[in-house]
Design a protein around this ligand. Sequence first.
Ligand code: EPU
Length: 348
Amino acid sequence: MTQRFELIRDADLQRLNSFGVAARARALARADTRDGLVAALDFAASQGLRVEVLGGGSNVLIVNDLDALVLQPQLRGIEWLRQGADGRIRVRAAAGENWHAFVGATLAQGACGLENLALIPGNVGAAPIQNIGAYGVELERFVAAVEAYDRVERRFVRIEAADCGFSYRDSRFKHDGERHLIVAVEFALSASPQLLLDYAGVREELRSLGIANPAPVDVYRAVSAIRQRKLPDPARLGNAGSFFKNPLLPADQALRLKIGHPGLPVYPAAAGLSKLAAGWLIEHCGWKGYRDGDAAVHQQHALVLVNHGHASGRQILALAQRIQADVQARFGVELEIEPRVLRSPVLQ
Ligand code: EPU
C-alpha cells in the first residue's frame, strides 16, 4: 500500500507558523489527496489524538506544545468551471493553493474581483474561515460554495455560500469545533471589472504609480504595494497580521466615543452597528512600538503584534491581554483576538 499521508512524530512547528514561535506537536500529518486526509483523520482517531488543522499557519498563535495531531491539507489544483447562469466565472481552488498566487492566476485569466485581496498570506482553504477582507472587499462577496470533509457525518459535503454564516472576519467554520475540514473553495468571479477604490490609500497609491485608468491588475499591484509598506513581512518579522478584530458597537455608543475622541475612525457597519479602528484605540493607549522582550507591538501599525525572534506564544498572548485590559479600561471597548489561538491543556 502506498503511503496516503506523510507523518512526522514529535514535529517542530516553528517554521509552520508565521509568528515563528517555537512549539511542537505530538504528530504532524500532511496529505495531498482527499483519501489521504481521511486516512490521517482515521489514524488520529486510532491513536486517540485530537486533530488541529493548520493551513499556511499565517493566522494562528500557538501558545504551547500541542498534544494533538496537526493536519496540513496540501491539496493543489485550480479548475475552471463552466460559467454560471448568472454570467459569473466559476473557478474551484483546492485548499492547499497559496492565496496570493491564486489571486494572480484569476486575474491572468481575466476573472476579476479578488484584486483588493492581494498579498494576504495563507492558503485558499483558510480564507473562508475568517472571511478574509482588505481594502473594502470581503471574501464572501466572491464565494459560491465551500467543499469540506464533514467529520461528524464522515463524508464530503458542499456548503453553499449562503450557508457559510459569513460576517466580518467570521464564518460558521470558526465555531463548529473543527467539524468541517475545508478541501476546496468555489468562487464566482466577474468577467468585467468592477473596481472598488474607495478604501483610504488605494486611489493615492494608483496615482503615485502614475495610473489614471486602472485595470484590476493595477489594483492588485497598488494593494500589494500598500501592504508591503504598512504590514511587516512574516518572512522577516514574525506576525499574524491584525491581531484584533476592529470592534463592532451599537452606533449610538460609537457616536458617544467619537464625541469624546474626535480623531477616532468610525465606519458604518451592518445591522445598525459601527466599526471602530482598533489600531487607533491601541495606539492611543500608548502601545504602538511597545516591546517586552521579543513580544512587541509593530512600530508602524498598532493592530499587529510581532515576534522579534524568541518570543513564546504565551508571551505574545500575555501582551495581547494587557492591551485588551487597557483598551477596555480607557475606552470601555472589548477587543476580540482575531487569529486562531491554539493551545493544549495537557502538554506545557
Ligand atoms: N490606525 C491608527 N494607528 C495604527 C494603525 C491604524 O490610528 O497604528 C488607524 C488608521 O489611521 C486608519 C484606521 O486605523 O484610520 C484603519 O487602519 P488600516 O487601514 O491600516 O486598517 P485596519 O482596520 O487596521 C483592516 C484589516 C486588515 C486589512 C486592512 C486594510 C481587520 C482586523 N484588519 O486593518 O487585515 O489589511 O484593514 O483593509 O479588519 C488582517 O486581517 O490580518 C489584516 C491585515
